[in-house]
Design a protein around this ligand. Structure first.
Ligand code: PMP
Length: 332
């Protein structure tokens, strides 16, 4: 029988989808790894399971224990569902600016949700630091202990992609992949897949697709961290080199404004029936840029991170878009 084993057995082995318009426009094969089809609805199911599995293997997580994490939402959803499948409680700290849909989903998945003001990383009130302190407190007070998932600097995250997503892409393209491009939140996806592909062929070009407001494009293009502009995309953009991103094999970098990524995301829905979130728009826009640089005939893979259903109140809401001065597609 072809049966997968529960929630965890259903993570990964996602299909590669040919993106018609991007492929036609560039003369390349532009392929999206359909991570929105993971059982928790995003690429972060992989990181959530990789982190929990690592903590179990190292004896840090005991039955009935608590997983604490600071997250823009998707990692929290993944952790809450992995927790549900393995018998752990989850406490999730989230910046209050994240979409209502993700917060509702987190509560539905059983997470104990703590909303905090969105403040920069250097501020001790930043969601990442709040989650670290909370984990320390709960580790002392909870009868079965608690762990801090620490997705940004816990390299079990990128190892998960190195061991699963990267090899899947290599096998699905039969080694014909010429380029891989994606955005960075923690860096686990880019670094893990990048490393796995480079080990199989040093000729694969690895590129960063960075939203406005993130400091990484400047780092890879000019050698120093510097952020400019803003973006409505969630879950991506970074102001520092996380442990997951250290030594990532990044050959090229693109800075992608919302005015470039949103029309790509809208067209994927309108013309190809793919309802995806904003980070997928940034990723596909990056794939188009890389395709134009490499020229026709190349195979370029990117990641379709999560569903647009998680952002109906934002990027698919005409009033929200108008308020941000962004173009509203006629059909919306
Ligand atoms: N897209 C979305 C929607 C996300 O939630 C995330 C993770 N925060 C990413 C992309 C980036 O993935 P990573 O953390 O592996 O860099």
């Amino acid at each position: 029988m072809d049966v997968r084993d529960g929630f965890i057995g259903t993570i990964g082995n996602t299909p590669l989808i040919r993106l018609r318009r991007a492929s036609e426009e560039t003369g390349c094969e532009i392929l999206g790894k359909a991570e929105f089809l993971n059982p928790g609805g995003s690429v972060k199911d992989r990181a959530a399971w990789a982190i929990v599995k690592d903590a179990e293997e190292r004896g840090l997580l005991r039955p009935g224990g608590v997983i604490v994490e600071g997250t823009a939402g998707n990692t929290g959803i993944g952790l809450a569902l992995v927790g549900g499948a393995r018998g752990y409680r989850t406490v999730i700290v989230i910046p209050e600016t994240q979409s209502q849909e993700k917060k509702d989903m987190l509560r539905l998945c059983g997470a104990d949700l703590r909303e905090v003001p969105a403040v920069p990383y250097k501020n001790p009130g930043n969601y990442v630091h709040v989650s670290a302190r909370l984990a320390e407190e709960l580790a002392a007070s909870e009868p079965n202990g608690a762990i801090w998932a620490n997705q940004f600097d816990n390299v079990a995250n990128r190892r998960g992609h190195y061991e699963t997503t990267g090899p899947e892409i290599w096998e699905q393209t039969e080694g014909k992949v010429d380029g891989f491009v994606c955005a960075v939140g923690t860096g686990g996806t880019l670094a893990g897949i990048g490393q796995a592909l480079k080990e199989r062929s040093s000729k694969v070009t690895i590129a960063l697709s960075d939203p406005s407001g993130s400091a990484l494009w400047h780092y890879y293009a000019h050698g120093s961290l510097k952020a400019e502009g803003t973006s409505i995309t969630e879950g991506i953009g970074q102001g520092r080199i996380t442990a997951n991103l250290e030594d990532a094999p990044v050959d090229r970098a693109y800075s992608i404004p919302d005015s470039e990524s949103l029309p790509v995301a809208f067209s994927l829905l309108e013309e190809e029936g793919l309802c995806l979130g904003g980070s997928s728009g940034v990723n596909v826009a990056g794939a188009i840029r890389l395709a134009r640089e490499l020229g026709p005939g190349h195979t370029i893979v990117t990641v379709l991170c999560d569903s647009g259903a998680r952002y109906q109140s934002k990027m698919f809401n005409p009033a929200f878009l108008r308020d941000k001065g962004l173009p509203v597609p006629g059909w919306l």
